[in-house]
Ligand binder design. Structure first.
Ligand code: ADP
Ligand code: MG
Length: 279
């Protein structure tokens, strides 16, 4: 793929339908969290052929929080992320990002642009490009810096890339082809690419699946480092990983919240042991 083809591929879903169409005014990077959470889900129901993948799901994520979501396969964790990012429309319920952004009325591209970044389970990096170039492409795909897409990187841009390279432990690999990285390094690369767009909320679906123990520990450190400046929602089955990073844990079961609290509270909840931990 040529550089031009990649640039257009990476921006292909970045539709031009403005937020003004849905009657909202959102200044870039401004999510109003002054009077509450960064993410608010209330009574979300999603049905697939009559089966309720989400069933009255209500959830609140605070600004800067690092939240772990656990629960058995089929509990609705990925569907929840699909709803937050606009991939799936709920049959009922509301989703607010900050105080004033009604996600249910926005396209996937608008939601991403408003500041919600998502990492899927399978990393999607540009294998034939170096780590640095991947970051550069991610930065240029950001609508907020679209004007710079044809220009050279500013020194601010290269500083930002250097900062994220350090954060995701890829500085020493900056000029390696992404395709040559380990599975874990590709995951970090993709998280780094998301960070280039400076999301306020990051959604990570099973980030440590397939990672070595050492990579898992480093990913836990990365999540802890990201919290505060970002809000982070992590879906993960690896309980060692979850216990390393967890402050508050939400357990999903059959499409709604079964339990929520500290790791300790959740681990000792008999209902959680029955449906998930005790398997
Ligand atoms: P989890 O991520 O917690 O394992 P999912 O959100 O992937 O769970 O799935 C929840 C339930 O919804 C599962 O029973 C799954 O089979 C079903 N489901 C998810 N997506 C679809 C879809 N597009 N069509 C039909 N059923 C779906
Ligand atoms: Mg899933």
């Amino acid at each position: 793929m040529s550089q031009g083809a990649i640039s257009s591929a990476i921006t292909a879903d970045g539709g031009s339908a403005g937020l003004s169409q849905v009657g909202m005014r959102i200044a870039d990077g401004e999510v109003d969290t002054t009077h509450g959470p960064i993410l608010y889900l209330d009574g979300i129901t999603v049905s697939f052929d009559g089966f309720k993948a989400l069933n009255g799901l209500s959830l609140t994520i605070d600004d800067g929080e690092l939240r772990c979501i656990i629960g058995p396969n089929g509990a609705g964790k990925t569907t929840m992320m699909d709803v937050i990012t606009g991939k799936t429309r709920p049959d009922s319920g509301t989703v607010f990002f900050g105080q004033s952004i009604d996600v249910s009325r926005m396209s996937e591209a608008e939601i991403a642009h408003a500041g919600i970044g998502r990492k899927f389970q399978k990393p999607t990096v540009f294998e034939q490009h170096t780590v640095f170039e991947n970051f550069e492409l991610a930065m240029k795909a950001d609508k907020r810096v679209r004007a710079a897409a044809r220009a050279r990187l500013s020194s601010e841009d290269t500083d930002r890339i250097a900062e994220v390279l350090d954060l995701v432990h890829l500085r020493a690999h900056a000029h390696r082809m992404a395709g040559l990285l380990s599975h874990g390094q590709k995951q970090w690369l993709e998280i780094g690419m998301l960070l280039m767009q400076e999301p306020r909320l990051l959604l990570l679906d099973e980030p440590v699946a397939g990672m070595t123990d050492e990579e898992t520990v480093r990913t836990a450190e990365l999540c802890l480092a990201l919290a505060g400046a970002h809000s982070v929602v992590v879906v993960e089955h690896d309980m060692d990983f979850v216990s390393r990073i967890a402050s508050k844990v939400t357990v999903l079961h059959e499409g709604s919240v079964l339990a929520e609290g500290t790791m300790d509270v959740v681990q000792n909840d008999p209902r959680v042991i029955e449906v998930y931990l005790g398997r």
